[in-house]
Design a protein around this ligand. Sequence first.
Ligand SMILES: Cc1cc2nc3c(=O)[nH]c(=O)nc-3n(C[C@H](O)[C@H](O)[C@H](O)COP(=O)(O)O)c2cc1C
Length: 223
Amino acid sequence: MDVSTAVKQRISTRAFLQTPLKQEDVADWLNSAQRAPSGGNVQPWRVIAVTGDARQAVIDLATRTLIANPTGEQTDRPIYPPGLGEPYMARRRRVAAQMYEKVGIAYDDKAARMAWMAKNFTFFGAPVGLFFVIDESMGHGQWAHTGMFMQTLALLAEERGWATCMQECWGMLRPSLKAHFGLGKTEMVYCGMAVGYPDRDHPVNALQSERATLDEFAEFRGF
Ligand SMILES: Cc1cc2nc3c(=O)[nH]c(=O)nc-3n(C[C@H](O)[C@H](O)[C@H](O)COP(=O)(O)O)c2cc1C
């Protein structure tokens, strides 16, 4: 598969087959993505991959924690900045509306939307979940570089016939995940990722999110 095809066909996959992934294949995938660049070659990420009982233990933890605290745990690095402005908020609402439309949930049906959102915390049925761990001392640069590593993984997953969904929702559970995984004193979970074979028949995976046009995001000078 060429890179353009991988970029084009990658989507956030939100329904997976239960087909397990072998540890050696996941290890090979992680190793390949490790070629992702990072400023100063710092490689600020660490990855915890879970499957089987370890995956179920995280799902159980999320269920317990979110029942006790449905809006998530305290974090000094919220998923979105407070007061997310335009055009960003409109884009966020648009993709959410498109997703709920695909799965037949009315936008004003809050209970159904919450139930759908909760699927995040079962990795949308994916057999493997990844957690990206970063040191709390890292700044915006290193977070961005970890994102490059994640996108490299997402593209390499396409080549393997796998699919992914990046999952910043796991940031709602940082203190619990830190304790659960026994992270170092200054480590934190940045983000999660679901990975597995996609359920191509599930309507949610037919969602093709939109993008701003070239003239909206790029300008050309001096050509
Ligand atoms: C870092 C990151 C975290 C994300 N976290 C979530 C998440 O927690 N749950 C979810 O359903 N989608 C999540 N997404 C998916 C985005 O909503 C999605 O990338 C965006 O709508 C564009 O759609 P596409 O990935 O299908 O092209 C995340 C994406 C990124 C890049």
